[in-house]
Write a protein that binds this ligand. Structure first.
Ligand SMILES: [Fe+2]
Length: 620
């Protein structure tokens, strides 16, 4: 009988292997003060006062309590059902009631024009790594409207095409200020500090390891939770697209980020509805503000499917290889945003958290790769992926499309030896995220210089010295390489007679007599001579007579023999000129190499041309 081992309760989410280690009876962590509604893709509804939502209609003549109906659309009115998004809000005062637009001077570094005509953005040709992005100084009061910095992007919100990466570093809540991004959808990923996010549809508590999506057009205030003095995190914004759950294909209906784990807020109303507020709008990358004398958080009820939501990354149901080899990292996709290319996502948001590694007879570490996607990696907490000592929580690393990368450390050397590998828990007590895009990231001045934490390149080039050329150093490999060359030449010679002649010589006629039937006849009727010919000479640096192979018992004989087909009239043909793969063209084309044969020169020229061409290919 198996030993019974009681499961220990984990209380720190950052030490948990999975959310279920916390043994919670609620879908939220212990410190989350809010209630939520669960379920991806629903049309949710919520009321502060039950009975507020109109029944069986959206626009009654009179809404309960004299509330105003305000609708927000996110898609075209007539978009198909699966892509049709809107929400009805029942609020104390409509957003249209305001006191005008005013300029807004922000300390943020926001850049949204990622077109090559913009001289302030540039690609990074090599890997890049950032130490943790700098937190605001204590004496500066930086809220979200002042602490948002664009790192990189591609495209432009004006044409609803592309994406942008940001970091936020704040030490202050938004004091009667709300933010409204009319350009795209923010996927917010908390890295440091707990956030108390107020949205028009209700409140969301967000902590490191959790993500939140706020759709374009929704007003929100990103505040510090009471226990947090300073906060940092990452934001990925998509333009002309939206964050969606990836399709699961043969995985079936469950796995990865499960729909029921996405949590939507319940309606909440501000205590003080009559105060001065500033709504900071981001439109086409520019900030301006709307002044109003009432709270934007005055909804008594709402229903719809344009609603901010959150997801706890420790709930991710990881899938991977259970026998051999690597599953592509797309298996870690939490959310994806489509591009206009049906075969390629605009952006994927990936999870690299704790999981079991069980693949057998497999090099388990990431193999060397030059993927077409560009990758931005960031560690939320813990020791990252063990990439380097420099890859710290709150920093980042970038690899552009087709940038060669992979590992180099001792683990790699060990992993490349035949051994029996045991199942093991990996990437524990850390959480790393990756934003992968099919686009070429252009980086802002803030990312390249302003933030002051970029390394000139991600990896010290010298580390690759740990990966020597073992192939060239292997004498057996050199010997086999020489043999392969000889075999290829012999093979081309053997096949050459099939191609003698040509259509002008009647090769396509029903009766090909008279052109090359005499040459081919012996071969076709099986009476051709087979002569053993020594074709393998020891290569100049070849191995000694006996070369131990992998198991050390195999003996290699010098002068291994390859049977060669020798045909009437061809037996001494171009062999001499070909044995070293270096064909003297002149000799062959004028028939010098063939003088022992009795084949008419005109026909030989065809053979020679083929052999010269094929031998040249073989010698490459
Ligand atoms: Fe990679």
């Amino acid at each position: 009988m198996q030993e019974f081992k009681e499961r220990t309760l984990i209380t720190d989410p950052q030490k948990a292997f999975h959310y279920t280690d916390l043994q919670r009876l609620k879908p939220t962590r212990a410190n989350d003060p809010y209630e939520y509604q669960a379920g991806w893709g629903n049309r949710h509804q919520s009321e502060v006062i039950p009975g507020t939502l109109p029944v069986a209609q959206n626009n009654p003549q009179e809404v309960r309590f004299g509330l105003y109906v305000e609708g927000i659309t996110y898609s075209a009115f007539a978009a198909p059902r699966h892509a049709n998004f809107s929400t009805y809000m029942y609020r104390a005062r409509p957003a249209a009631a305001h006191n005008g637009y005013v300029p807004f001077h922000s300390k943020s570094n926001i850049q949204n024009c990622f077109l090559s005509v913009n001289p302030t953005v540039a690609t990074l040709p090599e890997q890049a790594e950032w130490h943790p992005f700098p937190l605001p100084k204590d004496e500066d009061k930086i809220d979200f409207a002042d602490g948002l910095h664009t790192l990189a992007g591609s495209g432009d919100p004006n044409i609803k095409e592309g994406l942008a990466l940001y970091v936020y570093m704040i030490n202050s809540s938004m004091d009667r200020r709300a933010f409204c991004n009319t350009d795209g959808d923010f996927l917010i990923c908390a890295q440091l500090g707990n956030l108390d996010i107020v949205t028009e549809m209700g409140k969301i508590f967000l902590q490191p390891g959790e993500i939140c999506v706020i759709q374009r057009g929704i007003r929100f205030s990103l505040n510090l939770a009471p226990d947090t003095q300073v906060a940092r995190g990452y934001i990925t914004e998509v333009w002309g697209s939206m964050w969606e759950l990836p399709d699961l294909g043969p995985l079936g209906g469950h796995g990865l980020a499960n729909p029921r784990d996405f949590l939507y807020p319940v309606a909440a109303i501000d205590d003080d509805l009559h105060a001065d507020w500033l709504i900071v709008n981001k439109t086409n990358g520019q900030l301006c503000a709307i002044q109003q004398d009432h709270s934007p958080y005055d909804l008594v009820a709402w229903h719809g499917n344009v609603v901010p939501y959150k997801y706890d990354l420790t709930k991710f149901s990881s899938q991977n290889a259970t026998s051999i080899d690597h599953t592509d990292p797309s298996i870690f996709t939490v959310l994806t945003a489509k591009s206009r290319d049906p075969n390629t996502a605009l952006a994927d948001f990936l999870w690299f958290g704790p999981r079991w590694d069980v693949a057998t007879n497999t090099f388990r570490l990431p193999y060397f790769h030059r993927n077409s996607a560009s990758e931005f990696l960031a560690c939320l907490y813990g020791s990252g992926l063990g990439r380097s000592d420099e890859f710290l929580p709150g920093g980042g690393s970038f690899e552009g499309g087709h940038t060669p990368h992979g590992g180099f450390h001792e683990g790699y050397q060990h992993g490349m030896r035949l051994h029996e590998s045991q199942p093991e828990k990996i990437l524990t007590e850390q959480l790393t995220i990756m934003v992968e895009t099919s686009r070429l990231f252009l980086f802002t001045e803030y990312a390249r210089t302003g933030c002051g934490t970029i390394s000139t390149h991600g990896t010290d080039y010298k580390v690759w010295d740990a990966l020597p050329d073992r192939f060239s150093a292997n004498p057996k490999a050199r010997e086999l390489l020489a043999r392969v060359k000889q075999d290829r030449i012999a093979e081309k010679k053997r096949l050459a007679p099939y191609y003698i002649g040509g259509f002008s010589h009647g090769a396509n006629a029903s009766n090909t007599e008279g052109v090359h039937s005499e040459e081919l006849k012996p071969y076709m009727n099986g009476t051709h001579e087979v002569k053993e010919t020594k074709v393998i000479e020891a290569a100049p640096e070849a191995a000694p007579e006996s070369t131990p192979q992998i198991n050390g018992t195999h003996e290699t004989k010098e002068a291994e023999v390859t049977p060669e087909v020798t045909m009437n009239g061809f037996k001494d043909a171009p062999t001499n000129g070909l044995t070293n793969g270096d064909v003297p063209t002149d000799d062959l084309t004028n028939g010098d190499g063939l003088t022992n044969g009795d084949v008419p020169t005109a026909r030989l020229t065809n053979v020679d041309a083929i052999i010269v061409a094929t031998a040249a290919i073989a010698a490459e």
